[in-house]
Design a protein. Structure first.
Length: 214
């Protein structure tokens, strides 16, 4: 079985998408906190999610390594991801957000789900947690069978994570990520396939930032 590389490309909803795969260990740009040795593969979910959101909004794929360095240079790397408003504010202040196709209104982390749903329905995007400690991009919204849903572009493809799996409503063919399952001895004991793009229930979302399409 072939392991998925740094990105995947596929078509969905009239778009040709190129999404980042954080599970790939080839993302080696340093992205540490307090001098630890983390890389983008270990801790770059916020960086990848901004790139994924921008790619959905503009069809332009930006270099995650360059954004990671910008984040390190401007205080956007926190130990648990809660410094992402700092990164978004720096992007807004220095004009980089415009290059990525959005504006940021300095409103920090939010949890008003009706506002988020309407925001996404208007063609905007957001960053959020579907589970504590991991950032994904939200790029669309819909209501089916009375359930409000959001489309998550998840760089770590956690569609089958135990904290998320029961809230997933639909997975998107073409967004499969194949990665090795490795035990504590470093031995590859199998393979897993999950999805980087999937619809999830709106009320799964917490601690989001609104990105306004330009």
């Amino acid at each position: 079985m072939e392991i998925t590389g740094k990105t995947i490309e596929f078509d969905y909803a009239g778009r040709h998408l190129k999404l980042c795969n954080q599970r790939c260990r080839d993302w080696t740009h340093p992205y540490g906190y307090l001098d630890n040795d983390n890389t983008l593969s270990h801790a770059g979910c916020g960086i990848f999610s901004i790139v994924n959101a921008s790619q959905w909004l503009t069809s332009v794929f930006h270099d995650p390594d360059e954004l990671a360095q910008f984040s390190l240079d401007h205080g956007g790397r926190g130990d648990d991801g809660t410094d992402r408003p700092v990164l978004l504010q720096a992007m807004q202040d220095m004009g980089l957000a415009r290059e990525f196709g959005f504006s940021y209104c300095s409103d920090g982390l939010r949890n008003d789900l009706p506002v988020l749903f309407e925001h996404l329905m208007k063609g905007n995007a957001a960053l959020c947690n579907l589970r504590v400690g991991h950032i994904v991009a939200l790029v669309a919204a819909r209501e089916q069978d009375g359930v409000r849903q959001v489309l998550a572009a998840d760089p770590y493809s956690e569609s089958m994570d135990s904290r998320v799996i029961e809230r997933v409503c639909e997975v998107i063919p073409g967004s499969e990520i194949v990665s090795p399952a490795v035990n504590d001895r470093g031995l590859t004991v199998g393979w897993q396939k999950s999805y980087a793009l999937f619809w999830a229930e709106l009320d799964t979302v917490r601690d989001f930032n609104l990105l306004h399409r330009l």
